[in-house]
Design a protein around this ligand. Sequence first.
Ligand code: F6R
Length: 366
Amino acid sequence: ELGPYTHYMQKEIFEQPSAVANTLEMVFNAQSISPNLFGSEAEKVFFQTKSILILACGTSYHAGLVARYWLETVAGLPCNVEIASEYRYRNPIADPHTLVVGISQSGETADTLAALNYAKKLGHRYSLAICNVPESALIRQTDLRFLTRAGPEIGVASTKAFTTQLASLLLLTVTLAKMRHKLSAQDEQQMIMTLRHLPMALQHALQVEPQVRIWAESFAQKRHALFLGRGVHYPIAMEGALKLKEISYIHAEAYAAGELKHGPLALVDDEMPVVAIAPNDQLLGKLKSNLQEVHARGGELYVFADADSQIAQSENEHVIRLSEHAGLLSPILHTIPLQLLAYHVALVKGTDVDKPRNLAKAVTVE
Ligand code: F6R
């Protein structure tokens, strides 16, 4: 079943171009985007939607954090993103015009299911599931649904489920933007082209593997690591840190790069590798000055940049470049090298990649 691969995680990382292509297949075949992709009631619900509340755990929560930037920027919708296990024990104020979105690979995560139930009880009227398992509890309990078609994910560390969630959330964003008249017909066509480009762009991103493998050798000797990102790439830094912790047992923390000087900079010395997600977007200039702060304290930088990012390689600053800067798709593409880094560090360390200690694939207890 593994074919040419040694681990499920590795197989699932490399399946991402086809997993995303399957997930977006309906859009690739269509000339325009339709709310019906999210269920027969979606058009009615989306017309009433004035804001979004996303509930999820772990990696799925990180997908929600990315979606917030898209929903605000492209669809002009206010969006909150909450950890399901926190939301369900607060007293949040409900709004019937807020669409509650539950994101879950398994559709069986106890906290996510309970948080969605709680949101309904509080007075939120409609819910939407983004989920990878058609027959799951989550799919049964929501009004609207969109299935990620990642195929079964066996590795405990989520990879292709995450990128297919992101693809689905981008599609949701574009659909809502269209219904809210935020997109011209031309913009819509442009968005469809952008989505169509995603599988190929992922294929290109996977080509950094040999370079990442070299970094993994020195990384595997470390006990701690910091991950930095800004804007929509901050949640990607969080996801990269989670992957590394989970399967290589290296303590990793993600920070919004602008927060560095508010505390974590004290941790930086030559023993602390700092991974930076540095796409060529409007925040690159700001990020570079944050990286300068690390550099000045003798920290060793591992930077994932884009082909055209003005970032120079030096003795303590290693740079791997993705082949393009892909605009809205950038957080999806920048996920790939971080998954590969965690995977290769785990290989060097000899940990159980597909079944990390203490973890279960679906967390059905609270
Ligand atoms: C991390 C990971 C977990 C899950 C979390 C939620 O690699 O897999 O953090 O993302 O347990 O699971 P789902 O998405 O099934 O609700």
